[in-house]
Design a protein around this ligand. Sequence first.
Ligand SMILES: Cc1ncc(COP(=O)(O)O)c(C=O)c1O
Length: 394
Amino acid sequence: MTLRFGPPVVAIPGPSIVPDRVLDAMRRPMPNIYAGELIEVNEEIFAGLGAIARTKHESFVTISNGHGGWQMALCNTLSAGDKVLVCESGRFAMIWGDMAALSGLQVEVLGGTDRDPVDPTALAERLANDPDQEIAAILIAQTDTGSSVKNDIEAIGHVVRDADHRALLMVDCIASMGCEQFEMDAWGVDIAVAGSQKGLMVPPGLGFCWAGPRALKAYETAGLRVAIFDWEPRMNPQAIYSQYSGTPPIAHMYGIRESMRMINEEGGMEAVWARHTVLADAVRAAVEAWSSPGAIEFNITDPAHRSNAVTTVLTGKASADELRDCCEGGAGLTIGIGVGAKAEHSFRIGHMGHLNPPSILGTLGTIEAALQTIGCPTGGSGVAAAAEVIGKSL
Ligand SMILES: Cc1ncc(COP(=O)(O)O)c(C=O)c1O
């Protein structure tokens, strides 16, 4: 039988659940875009964006998705033939690298695996072996949504500064912004990129790009500039039309303003990160409890490098398709597909954005029930382990 009833629940790693408050804020007739309330909405957005990425420098918003943010970062700072170093730890930085190659950049990969974080020492060695400073940018994801790794961006920032290298440190925070501590200025990050649809709790449609002083300096000589993403017109706060390179994304502007207000009401980024940490700890406790030889296992082996936004779980011989079908068809819970080589035997739990203990415990309980139904061996009760973690924080 199916017990599927009422609102479906998504626990995929983005797009994440959009709060009713955000949806309600977005549903409105179109206003004047040159005067009136929208100007105040825009001012509130730009006044608050720096606090999300922890930078006092420039924030840009593009009508697109994370890919638009990636492209904006590359084309405003680099020139054809420049070399970018892609740090592999899953799939997303690699796809950013593919975009760089198509944009006329030379791409070198600092090889890694899809089960481990980027090794800061390997990066330090590569930069030390670049005496002519040919590397113009380093591309890395804070969280790779496929592998669910959390890279240590603070350590990577130290490496780039200690090397005294000109390479711009560009960080993909698309999965991690609003879930994981991120300190753009303090960690020496030159560019951060995010999208609206994950930790920021808004439907897909906005890309964000934050730029520090070294990136803004590189902009002055960048040869890849394209009109739609160009920074200069976007830096004019008096001209909302040029700030968005055309008609502004009105509904999304109301949406992101509402989500920023929710973040502030919760207590700011520290409070949001703290909630994500507890809920991610609960997910990890559940997966740990389910782990049993040859069956359930974390994809990321080092506990210190597991993301607070998403957890990739390996299912051994059990079919992840069967598990997902059981969750979705039987209970109305959608969990994330596995990606990469182990796709058939892995699934992902998204724990980003608009989440609380009842929602995460419901998700874990449903997965646990489905694991039993498909006959996947589990060591013990993940729900009990998760409840214990949450209980300690209440
Ligand atoms: C880490 C990461 N980078 C980049 C992207 C691409 O973002 P988008 O699909 O919004 O273009 C995603 C999307 O899932 C992601 O998780």
